[in-house]
Ligand binder design. Structure first.
Ligand SMILES: NC(=O)c1ccc[n+]([C@@H]2O[C@H](COP(=O)([O-])OP(=O)(O)OC[C@H]3O[C@@H](n4cnc5c(N)ncnc54)[C@H](O)[C@@H]3O)[C@@H](O)[C@H]2O)c1
Length: 306
């Protein structure tokens, strides 16, 4: 009987584990659970006889692949998979998947929670701004970006987007104005929401030049990845442009400095919160289990990322 291991340092909600168990057991697989582990050795031990592993932000490196002799598939329940060493996975002939789209609405709703908080001066009682009629620039029109666009329309915002790969015509079809570059987006929109993945190309790509293009009163919201922003450029922009605000769900390395220097223009969630909803948890966990069953039984490699 094939064995699926859920290895989550930060556990799924109990109801998600129940759903995963149902999917696994209905398909005739065994399910084992490793939660809140404190030592890597526990992870190495848990994967020794696993055919499949479901993870969240857990780090799966070459050592884990070497320890997991029977492993055929790892599914990251979530969108970003930069916590998995894809080269090592491929070298060990292991398929890696993510579960795109399952937590997108959760992240998009958080964008607006943070945006209203920022637009209203962190609820300090002073006069803020409204979102209605403002231009919102969505950098990367993927699963999260698309949900942000949907909600932004409800706020009466003018929605713009740039995506390096998703065609402009398809963006325009959804009632969103497509621009030709990230620079155009920053020049056009007072509010920018970042949804690019962390890749060799995007790391540090939000630089001083881009930030300085922002119209007066610019707000940048980052629910994507810490690495996409050049932190020294961010510090410089906040220092030279007292009108700018930066709101993030991923704490930068310079968090302490920014908090001390710009308490009314910089905000970070205490812990990454974007995907932390019961719905996203359940959706992503169950999708991961279903993808594993479909892969092990039928060889379906949809959502493979390596
Ligand atoms: N805060 C959280 O908890 C949380 C939760 C989910 C996702 N995320 C992050 O949010 C980001 C978006 O997630 P998603 O589910 O929408 O991913 P996605 O894969 O659906 O979309 C990413 C989009 O980025 C585009 N893209 C890639 N490189 C680009 C570039 N150089 N310039 C412009 N566009 C580019 C792609 O064409 C794609 O449309 C990822 O970084 C993901 O890791 C964070």
């Amino acid at each position: 009987m094939a064995k699926i291991v859920i290895a989550t340092d930060k556990p799924f909600a109990a109801v998600a584990v129940k759903g995963i168990r149902e999917v696994a057991e209905t398909a005739g697989f065994e399910l084992a659970l490793l939660e809140k582990y404190t030592e890597k050795a526990q992870l190495l031990e848990a994967v020794t006889d696993a055919d499949a592993v479901i993870i969240r932000s857990d780090k799966i490196d070459a050592e884990v692949f070497a320890a997991a002799k029977q492993l055929k598939i790892v599914v990251r329940a979530g969108a970003g998979y930069d916590n998995v060493d894809l080269e090592a996975a491929t070298a060990h002939n292991v398929c890696v998947m993510n579960t795109p789209g399952q937590n997108s609405n959760a992240v998009a709703e958080l964008v607006f929670g943070m945006l209203v908080f920022g637009a209203r001066n962190f609820f300090n009682g002073t006069s803020g701004i409204e979102l209605k009629g403002k231009r919102l620039g969505i950098l990367a029109y993927g699963n999260v970006g698309r949900n942000v666009a949907r909600i932004a329309k409800g706020f009466g915002m003018e929605v713009y987007a740039y995506d390096a790969f998703f065609p402009a015509e398809a963006i325009e079809k959804e009632g969103v104005k497509a621009v030709k570059s990230a620079a155009d987006l920053f020049k056009t929109c007072q509010i920018i929401s970042l949804h690019i993945p962390a890749t060799a190309e995007t790391k540090g790509s939000i630089n001083f030049e881009l930030l300085n293009f922002l119209p007066k009163g610019g707000i940048v919201i980052n629910t994507a990845r810490k690495e996409v922003i050049d932190e020294s450029a961010l510090a410089k922009a906040l220092s030279e442009r007292p009108d700018l605000k930066y709101l993030t769900d991923i704490r930068p390395d310079i968090h302490a400095d920014l908090t001390a220097n710009y308490p009314d223009r910089y905000f970070s969630t205490p812990k990454k919160t974007g995907a932390q909803t019961a719905e996203a948890n359940i959706n992503a966990g169950i999708a991961a289990a279903e993808q594993i069953v479909d892969f092990l039984k039928n060889g379906n490699e949809r959502f493979r990322v390596n």
